[in-house]
Design a protein around this ligand. Structure first.
Ligand code: PLP
Length: 369
């Protein structure tokens, strides 16, 4: 990996390729693969990641919002893009960039039909989402006749896929609930397909769904976190390779006497002599205050250095009393050796949150393109 002169998020496209092939190996060869690249590809680099995935042959992309899809189209991405959470105010942009909306409610479907009709669209590709227990977005099982009526009344839209989302695919204790969701999705989608008179694709599995419920892969799966190298369980993590490595350097080292404090609000008090390192990364870069006061640690020369005191906007201080290090030395916040999942765990959160939090101020460097 290149030498580090400032806080940098390295993105290893060889790791991405490895993870893609691993996830593909868990599904049937004919099952389509939708790569979820919302939130800047889980805090990495949406364009670099999507271009690599397009080369690898993914069948679909998913983003959360229309603006994210616009970014991908402007970067030259040609693969179909599902917008998971479109808002009616963005429908003109959506149609302009050939983005495909998830129509999740009567209200949204009606509004989309109006805009698409006004735009003289024919067979515009849309996706229908069913709520099967997450209670977030989606139609109910008994909305199928209404949906079929709207769709078959005109030739404006064409349903490309039907989908739903599992609430606890990573949790073996919720297996019965997940199987119930799969059953209810089957029922609703079977009913709608019969009334539509044609057969859209179906998809329900996210990364942990692919691992735990491969029998419910239908015609497509949707994976996000797995592509970035995290699998929500140790056995899967062991097979995947983290794409992102967050590195920084030591700006300054201080020798702290026994009764001193470190940082704002004097949140750290030294009981004994300490050596601290100040690092040029703070909550404005995505290392939230929840990671301070010893709840997370960075790695310096292979040893763990806990964050001490409060996280500042542009800096953190870490305890290097037991580590032989100097100003300018390299620091790994997270990466293959100290995973984002374990960094997150100490602060009571998950890999998804720390990865997507890394702000746009942090320089991105793409490796192994
Ligand atoms: C974010 C998201 C995914 C991806 O989930 P992972 O656990 O990251 O694989 C899949 N489907 C929907 C609807 C999502 O919102």
């Amino acid at each position: 990996m290149a030498k580090v002169g400032e806080t940098t998020l390295f993105l290893d496209l060889a790791a991405l390729e490895h993870n893609y092939h691993y996830l593909r190996s868990k599904i049937e060869p004919e099952t389509k693969f939708m790569a979820v690249v919302k939130a800047f590809a889980y805090g990495s680099d949406m364009v670099a990641i999507s271009k690599k995935l397009e080369k690898l042959g993914v069948d679909y992309f998913a983003v959360a919002y229309v603006g994210e899809g616009v970014l991908l189209r402007d970067a030259g991405i040609k693969t179909p893009i599902l917008v998971l959470h479109p808002l009616a105010s963005n429908f003109d942009d959506l149609i302009d960039r050939c983005l495909e909306p998830n129509l999740y409610s009567r209200n949204l479907l009606t509004q989309f039909l109006e805009v698409a009709t006004a735009n003289k669209q024919q067979d515009y590709p849309v996706h229908i989402k069913f709520n099967t227990g997450l209670n977030r977005l989606g139609f109910g099982e008994n909305d199928t006749s209404w949906i079929a009526q709207q769709v078959t009344n005109n030739e404006t839209i064409k349903v490309k896929s039907l989908f739903s989302h599992l609430a606890a695919s990573e949790d073996p204790n919720e297996r019965a609930f997940s199987l119930g969701q799969i059953e209810s999705f089957k029922k609703a989608s079977d009913a709608l397909i019969e009334q539509l008179g044609y057969t859209p694709m179906r998809h329900m599995l996210n990364t942990s769904g692919i691992i735990n419920y491969p029998e419910a892969q239908f015609e497509m799966v949707r994976s996000g976190i797995g592509l970035y190298g995290y699998g929500n369980e140790a056995a899967v993590d062991a097979e995947l390779k983290p794409v992102a490595t967050l590195k920084t350097i030591i700006s300054q080292i201080h020798e702290i006497g026994p009764n001193e404090s470190v940082g704002y609000n004097r949140a750290f008090k030294s009981g004994s002599r300490k050596r601290t390192a100040t690092l040029p990364i703070g909550h404005a870069d995505g290392i939230n205050r929840q990671y301070g006061k010893g709840r997370a640690a960075v790695q310096i020369h292979g040893k763990m250095a806990p964050l001490i005191g409060n996280v500042c906007m542009d800096m953190i201080m870490v305890d290097v009393t037991e580590i032989d290090c100097a100003e300018g030395d390299e620091v790994t916040v997270f990466g293959p050796q100290n995973s984002a999942e374990s960094f997150a765990l100490g602060a009571g959160t998950i890999s998804y949150e720390i990865l997507t939090a890394i702000s746009q101020r942090v320089k991105r460097v793409v490796l192994n393109d």
